[in-house]
Design a protein around this ligand. Sequence first.
Ligand code: ACO
Ligand code: ZN
Length: 223
Amino acid sequence: KETKNQLIIDAGQKHFGATMCKSCGMIYTASNPEDELQHVQHHHRFLEGIKYTGWKRERVVAEFWDGKIVLVLPHDPSYAIKKAEEVQELVDNELGFQQVVPRCPNKTKTFLFISDEKKVVGCLIAEPIQQAFRVLSEPTSPESPSSKECQRAWRCSDVPVPAVCGISRIWVFRFKRRKRIARRLVDTLRNRFMFGCFLSTNEIAFSDPTPDGKLFAAKYCNT
Ligand code: ACO
Ligand code: ZN
């Protein structure tokens, strides 16, 4: 059994209060069976990844020497939708997002990067948007050890610019990062989001980027 960090200390019971798992980072209530179950599930997915055994009718939109990208659309068979939801759950837990309901669930496109070990190692969730706000150059205040929340509060222009495609999630399995998987997901999205055209980087927008997401986006959009 792995060690846990007790964040809230209660007045007696041993398994009360919020606990953070040191291995997977999830915060949960150990006394709550539902929470515990959710943790066990997340813990396993976080460390082992999500298996993908293949579907009879899968929509392969790109192939590489180390894997392939499969696209899942809203009206796909339930096994495909379930897999996309399972991946989104892992991503949302990892990013600390609350369950967010997509604005247009019937227009969401999910791109899954499948490794040659038959695991889902990357995910990009995109939806159509009409406008976005440019991120302004970073506030020049001296570097301070800020929380994740602070780092997320980029200054944005209040003048909207037209955009076409919003990236609501982009994620790569922890042990597969810096192998250009995210880059290949975005390239494929630009190619496949609208029939017959290749979106420019000005037409795509990253929503609420994390520090990792911002570093990636900045690099991606400049090259
Ligand atoms: N730090 C600095 N530069 C980075 C980083 C980073 N953490 N990640 C990517 N880059 C830059 C690099 O220049 C990199 O090229 P290089 O490796 O040749 O130097 C270039 O971006 C391309 O990177 P990829 O290898 O394509 O990116 P990767 O597959 O590692 O995935 C991602 C990047 C998705 C951000 C990954 O780090 C991740 O899953 N992080 C945790 C989840 C997360 O924060 N996702 C973003 C949420 S924001 C949103 O969803 C809208
Ligand atoms: Zn855990």
